[in-house]
Design a protein around this ligand. Sequence first.
Ligand SMILES: [Zn+2]
Length: 265
Amino acid sequence: MTGLAPEAWPVGAAVTVGLLGLAVGSFLNVVILRLPEGRSLWRPASACPGCGTALAWHDNVPVLSFLALRGRCRTCGMAISWQYPLVEIVTAAVFLLAWLELGPTVDFVVAAVFLAALVAITGIDLRHRIIPDVISLPGILAGLVASLATQRVFWLDSVLGILVGGGVFLAIVIGYGLVTGTEGMGLGDAKLGAMLGAFLGWKALLFALFVSILLGGTVASALLATGGVGRKDPIPFGPFLAAGGLAALFWGEKVVEWYLSGFGR
Ligand SMILES: [Zn+2]
């Protein structure tokens, strides 16, 4: 039997995880496109939105088909959104990051599920301005079950994370509504906050919130300054929460411990 030499196994494993990420990203594209519209994720097969031609398997290979077709439908020539290869590449990248950090463990599987959910939520919030309950609510449960099963996060930290993550945004939604009479953040953000808390535990969640507010504030200021958005345009917060969740998954515990130890004194 021919096969990879033992010293090449880590590379082979990483390549496999990368390919898995591309394939999952390809599915997440379908989720982002169809889930908010209540369409089936399984049927019909992917088709060109321009001419309706069903895609052959060789026109549906992550990233490669986009490059081979130079970003256009083979039949009608309509431009294919660059969001498709982007979602695939981002998913592969975060899966690889999780693999390098966690290796072949149950923790990696949990992280992959968490990260896939964050990619889908980011795409859906950017595209449709909602954070779907069908991802965030089961996500809260999945995070809690993962903590009970793997104990990477102590289960009570997970429960507190749900309460803090949900509570902070609930308070913002209610407070903002009382002051302005309008809706700033939605309840979708509160449910996503609770999901982050379930997966991360309350300590890493605080880091996630810190990162997301910092990122969101920076990007919103830049967009306002450059005229990219108007003062009244709502900027979806889900993508920033997702980015904070990702940062906290990989670096949250370390940063919080370093902070609690008095900056490593
Ligand atoms: Zn077409």
